[in-house]
Design a protein around this ligand. Structure first.
Ligand code: SF4
Length: 336
């Protein structure tokens, strides 16, 4: 079936190559963004960046062409702002936005054209071939593709033994199919921004980028300082998280209790776990609040000692750790 993308599809999935092609065909040029009638696009793009930086998802989809352009402008803004935490939050927020649309659209089983479109999206972007069952209710992926992506999921339902498998294919519903590529969506958007060559920016974007940088940078300045100052065990856990890899339960406990001990707000701690392959915001928030003593047993958990972390293979001591018995002591002498 030949697949025709409408502007509505491109507004929902603006990271597809077809969106760039659409803009080229429409003869769009960057200078146009200095015209007063395109002010709305710059404002929407800035709003989209701000919403992402606050850990939320931009939901507008009322004007398709505007949203395609808005997405491209946000990529440029995020690249120009040049703050790594903003890029990560933005990529995650865009992935969550696309994930919502993908799930909704995959559920429209009666629409064969839509199903063909999604097969194309999954194959083009993630190299994941999905087939649809005859009745259109379920999706099928190859066992090897399934295992490669689901091996980090902890929930029982992802274990092969609990799946319906036939003819070398695993059967999934719409939510599960999208869940399989959640991490890849965020990685895809991050790498798009990293690989971008910035055009000469119109004055309107330059001004907005300055405004956003001034607004967002203070939020992350302390973080930059703190990251270099975290003890090696914590740094290691954050690096594993940043790669979207699975962190053992004991390391998650160490990371959360350490962040609580240094006074990091619960929202920010929850945010740190967002890259985890099995991330569930509600459960993570409950667990962090539980460790903080504000839920469940009301006992505040302390940071495990260096000795305990050593026995759990979570210690990555450097010379700077010399003499400390708990990660919270790390760097204290240095700061005096
Ligand atoms: S010595 Fe303590 S602070 Fe240093 S890496 Fe090991 S566990 Fe962390």
């Amino acid at each position: 079936m030949s697949i025709k993308m409408g502007t509505g599809d491109l507004a929902k999935y603006p990271f597809l190559n077809e969106a760039g092609e659409y803009l080229r065909q429409s003869g769009f040029g960057w200078d146009e963004l200095d015209r007063p009638d395109t002010k709305d696009i710059i404002e929407r793009a800035a709003e989209r960046v701000r919403i992402a930086a606050a850990g939320n998802v931009y939901e507008k989809l009322d004007r398709y062409e505007t949203e395609i352009l808005t997405f491209i402008v946000t990529l440029i803004m995020v690249k120009s702002i040049g703050l790594e935490p903003v890029l990560r939050k933005y990529a995650l927020a865009e992935a969550r936005r696309a994930e919502k649309f993908l799930t909704d659209d995959l559920k429209k089983q009666s629409d064969a054209q839509k199903r063909a479109l999604f097969s194309k999206i999954f194959e083009d972007l993630f190299g994941l071939k999905i087939d649809v069952t005859e009745d259109g209710r379920l999706f099928k992926v190859k066992v090897t593709d399934y295992l490669m992506r689901s091996s980090h999921f902890h929930e029982q339902e992802w274990k092969m033994i609990n799946r319906l498998v036939q003819g070398g294919q695993v059967f999934l519903d719409a939510d599960e199919t999208v869940r399989l590529v959640r991490n890849e969506l965020s990685v895809l958007i991050t790498s798009r921004v990293r690989a971008m060559n910035l055009p000469t920016l119109p004055q309107s974007i330059k001004q907005k980028v300055e405004e956003l940088r001034t607004e967002l940078a203070p939020r992350y300045e302390y973080r930059t300082y703190a990251v270099t100052d975290y003890p090696p065990c914590v740094k290691h856990a954050l690096e594993v998280m940043a790669r979207g890899e699975n962190l053992p339960h004991s390391a998650r406990l160490m990371l959360a209790t350490y962040m609580l001990a240094i006074g990091k707000p619960i929202d920010e701690i929850v945010e740190m776990f967002k890259n985890a392959p099995d991330f569930n915001e509600r459960i993570t928030r409950y667990q962090v609040e539980h460790l903080a003593g504000s839920k469940g047993s009301r006992t505040k958990y302390s940071v495990p000692s260096c000795e305990k972390l050593r026995t759990e293979n979570l210690c990555f001591a450097t010379a700077e750790c010399n003499g400390i018995i708990n990660p919270v002591q790390f760097g204290r002498k240095k700061r005096k």
